[in-house]
Ligand binder design. Structure first.
Ligand SMILES: *Cc1c(COP(=O)(O)O)cnc(C)c1O
Length: 568
């Protein structure tokens, strides 16, 4: 999509660049004599004429041939496009709207009920936060636009940088990483480059506690580090003795620890300061996974506790919607000694790439166009609001944990019996007694109108629940009631009142067609689809029954036209 022209002299290239700019076009300086123009699907014949004026310096000129609307015939597609009926079925706006609504209704989403996915922080993505990203002032700016045209964007970035510094206590922020995992990579890369600059490039051991998110060891492996796993204790905390032993054993080659705080076990690591101290004592750096920052803001600062670098998930804690694969923003905060090693970028103010530029993304400020969401959140909440949100998130998680502990063991708690912003519900004892699995319970929740929590992560056979501050007590109570009722259903199976091979749990979820026609199950249709009174109020009808777990992942089924339709 990009055409580069070499003008043979800097003077001429400057001229063309200036002339294009004057008529409203941003060209890119590739080097002193070369200028590049990028085109996209909305570039028109008129743009070409304007550019030719800038390139030739003439007002009128003729093209060698009639270029208007002409493309190389060999490259023109001859067959019909978009043949699938879905592209040809909807010809009125009403029909299109209803089609989109139909698809939406098949999704058990946040606009229906809470999504309690642990470690995902499925909080409110407020409409007021979302509105600005539809404005052309934000969406129509090219990531490589010259700084003279992006004063507003840079003001927004500086504002957010200051807020995030105040929240985390770090000295510098980089907005370049496009996800949490990429933030990890950028942060760990900063550590690696710092250590190289110190003449310690040989440091290649990365300690990672057992409770870590899977992205942590993946990041370490991508950087060529050797992962050494640290044990956790019966409370879910890092085993400090094991950590100390391993840090000392590897002290000559220790690069870093990657530690999540609060941990993905849903507890505040009580020894976090000691952990950071032990790593520093043994020559390593502390990478803190800050995806769980929702449990810290306004209460404590990761930098103050001892972290050297941390990533934040703006698409968790800071309201950018996520799920379904992005887009994400995973900025990192760095202490002063690591700041010079943050991701650089060849195309910021100048056109010259420095030899050691270490960009981790194509754009200097990553997914900048969605940053207004976070800016709105920070601005509308303010310092006090953010702190209050943290406290509500903790209160909600502890309320859910406490109420559910009457029916299910909560796997890990701190020494006061409290959790952080999420809790792990242990289903293994129930499974051992009844044969009902965590999957059955997750599917059954759909009949109650709820999306499943995080299943079997970070501990197999458990559910991890993070309610966030955004849910009301009424919604939490409905969710709790559903899980309590499910416990009663499991007990019926356990007691033999419902057969193991035919009960609402293993048959879940129930579709509308399941409950029409003949009914031969030992439980009623009402028990199947209206298991609690509140479910009648706003029934979610799953559109498909259970698909054999991994079968779909291992056996891709194409819903396109049959293959012979593509013949010839
Ligand atoms: C979500 C998460 C990540 C990864 O973030 P992505 O944006 O999904 O790459 C890393 N660590 C923890 C603890 C997380 O919850």
């Amino acid at each position: 999509d990009t055409v580069t022209v070499d003008f043979g002299s800097k003077e001429k290239a400057d001229q063309v660049f200036a002339a294009a700019l004057k008529s409203g076009y941003n060209l890119r300086r590739v080097n002193d004599t070369q200028v590049a123009a990028a085109f996209h699907e909305t570039s028109a014949y008129e743009d070409l004429v304007d550019l030719c004026r800038a390139f030739t310096g003439k007002d009128t000129f003729t093209f060698a041939d009639d270029v208007k609307g002409r493309l190389n015939a060999e490259l023109l597609r001859q067959d019909n496009i978009l043949q699938h009926p879905v592209f040809n079925r909807y010809h009125t706006e009403h029909e299109m709207l209803r089609y989109l609504k139909k698809l939406e209704d098949r999704d058990l989403a946040m606009n229906r009920s809470m999504i309690s996915l642990g470690s995902c922080t499925m909080k409110l993505n407020a409409t007021a936060e979302m509105l600005p990203i539809t404005w052309a002032e934000f969406t129509d700016i090219h990531p490589y636009a010259p700084e003279t045209q992006t004063a507003g964007y840079r003001e927004l970035l500086t504002d957010m940088e200051n807020s995030l510094k105040a929240i985390t206590g770090f000295d510098a922020i980089s907005f370049q990483p496009n996800s949490g995992a990429q933030g990890e990579y950028s942060g760990m890369l900063s550590i690696r480059r710092y250590q190289e600059a110190q003449g310690e490039a040989h440091r290649n051991i990365c300690l990672i506690p057992k409770s870590a998110h899977g992205t942590n060891p993946a990041t370490a492996a991508m950087l060529g580090l050797k992962v050494v796993v640290v044990d956790t204790d019966e409370r879910g905390n890092v085993n400090i003795d094991d950590l100390k032993a391993k840090a000392e054993q590897h002290r000559d080659a220790l690069s870093a620890i990657m530690i999540t705080y609060p941990s993905t076990h849903g507890v505040y690591e009580e020894g976090i300061r000691d952990i950071c101290h032990i790593i520093h004592e043994n020559g390593g750096q502390v990478y803190m996974d800050g995806a769980n920052l929702n449990a810290q803001i306004g209460i404590m600062q990761p930098a103050e506790v001892g972290a050297d670098v941390l990533h934040m998930n703006l698409h968790k804690t800071f309201c950018i919607p996520h799920g379904g694969g992005g887009p994400g923003v995973g900025p990192i905060g760095l202490k002063a000694h690591l700041a010079p090693f943050a991701p650089g970028h060849a195309l910021t103010d100048t056109h010259s790439a420095s030899a050691d530029q270490t960009a981790v993304a194509a754009a200097a400020y990553g997914s900048a166009s969605i940053l207004p969401i976070t800016w709105m959140y920070l601005t509308m909440m303010g310092k006090q609001g953010m702190e209050q949100a943290t406290r509500w998130a903790l209160l909600n998680a502890n309320y859910v944990a406490k109420r559910l502990s009457e029916d299910y063991p909560i796997l890990y708690t701190g020494k006061n019996g409290r959790v952080a912003h999420e809790c792990i519900v242990d289903l293994r004892p129930l499974k051992a007694e009844s044969g009902i699995t965590e999957t059955d319970i997750a599917k059954r929740l759909m009949d109650y109108g709820f999306h499943a929590p995080t299943v079997s992560f970070p501990v197999a056979g458990t559910l991890m629940i993070e309610p966030t501050e955004s849910e009301s007590k009424a919604e939490l109570d409905r969710f709790i009631a559903a899980l309590k009722q499910i416990k009663q259903e499991v007990l019926k199976v356990e007691r033999g009142e419902w057969p193991k091979e035919d009960n609402p749990l293993i048959n879940a979820p129930h579709t509308a067609s399941d409950v029409t026609g003949e009914w031969a199950h030992p439980y009623s249709r009402e028990e199947a689809v209206f298991p609690l009174p509140f479910v009648r109020e706003h029934k979610f009808w799953p559109s498909v029954k259970r698909v054999d777990e991994v079968y779909g992942d291992r056996n891709l089924v194409c819903s396109c036209l049959p293959i012979d339709a593509y013949e010839d």
